[in-house]
Design a protein around this ligand. Sequence first.
Ligand SMILES: NC(=O)c1ccc[n+]([C@@H]2O[C@H](COP(=O)([O-])OP(=O)(O)OC[C@H]3O[C@@H](n4cnc5c(N)ncnc54)[C@H](OP(=O)(O)O)[C@@H]3O)[C@@H](O)[C@H]2O)c1
Length: 218
Amino acid sequence: MRRLFPDPADDVTVRECYDVDRPAPDGRPWVALCMVAGLDGSTVVSGTSRGLSNATDASVLLTMRELVDVVLVGAGTVRAEGYGPPRTPGLRIAVVSRSADLDFDQPLWQSGRATLVTTLDAPDVPVPTVRAGHGVIDLAAALSRLDARVVQCEGGGTLNGLLAGADLIDELNFTLSPHITGGHGPRVTVGAPDVMHRMRLAHVLEEDGFLYTRYVRA
Ligand SMILES: NC(=O)c1ccc[n+]([C@@H]2O[C@H](COP(=O)([O-])OP(=O)(O)OC[C@H]3O[C@@H](n4cnc5c(N)ncnc54)[C@H](OP(=O)(O)O)[C@@H]3O)[C@@H](O)[C@H]2O)c1
């Protein structure tokens, strides 16, 4: 993989490019969002992100998992992509859901490494829970109670939209997949109000026509 920006270099590793300092803002963890999209903007092909991704993109996601304390993921993604227990030692998974309609017999929940993040008025559930907000989740309050320094958000678009609306995205690790997909697939954020959060380009890597970009809060 080559680095195009900054400091062009012909042979860099995912680890050296993503293992960087991530200072937690006051009162909550640093939030790094990790997403892949095709050239015409879709983040989903045939129901999941798999068709857009490749081994190096997966390596970015998995390397980041080694650098964070908690993975935050939406219930829609857990259902679509079949999340299991984390393989990274010590990593915890926090699943954002409003309905709390999840199969708590699944290995993810039985592993003891998963927490449900939901609203104060959501139904009772048989797993560890962080509750914040009535009707709509208060993600800033929920994040501050995850006992984490760095959180990787793995989507999907609806959860990302909630984070964008609350100005909680400190970093976006965005892979541009060299495919035109058509269809009506969702964007990186779905349902957020109009916002203009300026991000700064931190790096661009290239391999096999895929661009691996990293943006941080400006
Ligand atoms: N390209 C990529 O990198 C990438 C990454 C991740 C996912 N994806 C794809 O994205 C799709 C899933 O995304 P999604 O947008 O449907 O779902 P999602 O963002 O994964 O999950 C959102 C969940 O949050 C809950 N929610 C929604 N609004 C809420 C609110 N106001 N307050 C509290 N909770 C709320 C809902 O849970 P309940 O339904 O339980 O109420 C909803 O299902 C899948 O197809 C997946 O494959 C793509």
